[in-house]
Design a protein around this ligand. Structure first.
Ligand SMILES: *Cc1c(COP(=O)(O)O)cnc(C)c1O
Length: 429
């Protein structure tokens, strides 16, 4: 019998997994053309024709809007910046409350603070990790202004129920879709389900351009306010004839022509890249179903997942082996992904803490040494989102070994590792 690698046995895999190399000839040529043009960014931070950016930026935005069937696509330099633009555009004001998720990348929850509004955490759904509509309703007060929903791990939020709640209470929905491009909800693309949708183009996302983010909306006013916030609003409003000065302190969130040119090529590859993920997940799942202590990820009815992460639940009670020890054993059998060697083997425990456990919220210190804008009425004590705390501290396993460019042999190594560890749990007890 083979011995687990964690106990000195032979690893299932001794070579790196293939890189997620989505930047190719097309991007190189697109970038070369921009370099030859000599114009790497054409933005002007004043009211003029160039207020909206150069030819690559504007063409990319039009292509993105057409692709997603929305009226406006607005590019910025990251999804974090996009969240700030959206928070400003909907008119968040000091003291407003915004319902956010504790189980996501930090910016989805901290964005309201930029406008001195207060994040209020609602719990997540056990099956899907997205915001739980029932708990959202419990957290609404007369100060609530918006909900930042997150299509987490590639799964669309419960748009029907949450949109209905938003409508009933007059709240805006900002949809953080950084992790779920081309996920669908009853035939509609995630990212287009709320008032404003957000996409990320950072290196770890389905498609990337270096650093970048896109906002989409059908609302003309929000679109124009986001364009102002992206590019020095305060210097532009007067000559542009803007009359609503609310949140019109601008930033420089502009994307360069280089990134826009790359994004145009990346968008053409997106469908294939998402389909490959789905295909790889199907293959893995077909061959993992026989492991009784793993639960495969649920998909919301009427939805298609886009698998930023393939998350499983692990049953410690069934194995008598902790989740940590199981994952360490898996890591010992496998290898990192090429180009991401420093990150180690890409199977892990996922988000380990709810976001409200961060010092920002525990110490309620955001600006200087004051507790402003946090409120006495909003609490961040452990226990406020029990489902989130449970999936953080036990059960959940994240892995990324389903990305495109994994061959059948590569996927078979992943499966071999799961089965080897499953067959040798006694060595871990
Ligand atoms: C990656 C990510 C972001 C931030 O994206 P950047 O482009 O790196 O700023 C925001 N929200 C979620 C859910 C993300 O996964």
């Amino acid at each position: 019998m083979s011995v687990l690698a964690i106990n000195g046995g032979t690893k299932v895999r001794t070579t790196l997994f293939p890189a997620y190399r989505v930047i190719g000839e097309e991007e190189q040529q697109a970038v070369a053309k921009v370099l030859q043009s000599g114009i790497l960014s054409k933005y002007l931070g004043c009211w003029s024709k160039d207020f909206y950016g150069g030819p690559q930026v504007q063409a990319m935005e039009q292509e993105w809007a057409a692709y997603y069937g929305v009226k406006h696509a607005i590019s910025v330099n990251s999804a974090t910046s996009a969240l700030y633009c959206a928070a400003g555009a909907v008119g968040l004001a000091p003291g407003d409350e915004v319902i956010v998720s504790p189980y996501t990348m930090c910016a989805s929850a901290t964005a309201p603070l930029i406008y001195n509004a207060v994040p209020v955490f609602a719990d997540i759904e056990y099956d899907y990790y997205c915001l739980d509509p029932q708990d959202i309703e419990k957290k609404i007060t007369d100060k609530t202004k918006a909900i930042i929903v997150v299509d987490i791990l590639g799964q669309p939020y419960d748009a029907e129920r949450i949109n209905q709640i938003a409508k009933k209470h007059g709240l805006y929905i900002i949809e953080d879709n950084a992790q779920a491009p081309l996920a669908t909800y009853h035939g509609r693309y995630a990212g287009t389900l709320g008032d404003i949708g957000i996409f990320s183009l950072n290196y770890h996302k389905h498609i990337h351009c270096g650093e970048g983010g896109i906002l989409v909306t059908d609302n003309d006013q929000f679109a124009e306010r986001m364009r102002l916030i992206r590019n020095h609003a305060e210097a532009v409003v007067e000559n542009k004839g803007v009359t609503n000065f609310n949140n019109m302190i601008g930033f420089n969130f502009r994307m360069t022509e280089l990134e826009a040119a790359i994004t145009r090529e990346q968008l053409k590859k997106l469908k294939w890249l998402v389909e490959e993920r789905r295909k790889n997940v199907r293959y893995l799942e077909d061959n993992l179903r026989d492991i009784p202590f793993l639960s495969l990820p649920g998909i919301r009815e009427g939805c298609e997942h886009s698998y930023y992460i393939h998350a499983m639940k692990y049953d410690e009670d069934a194995t008598g082996v902790t989740r940590e020890r199981f994952v360490e054993a898996m890591q010992a059998e496998l290898m990192p992904i090429e180009l991401r060697e420093t990150e180690g083997v890409k199977i892990g425990l996922g988000y380990l803490k709810p976001l409200y456990a961060q010092p920002l919220f525990q110490k309620k210190t955001a600006y200087g040494n004051t507790s402003y804008p946090f409120s006495k009425d909003v609490h961040y004590d452990l226990g406020i989102c029990p489902v989130c705390e449970k999936v953080c501290s036990s059960e959940t396993i994240f892995h990324e070994l389903m990305r495109p460019f994994m061959t059948k042999d590569d996927l078979d190594d992943v499966l071999k590792a799961f089965h080897k560890v499953a067959d040798h749990l006694d060595e871990l007890r």
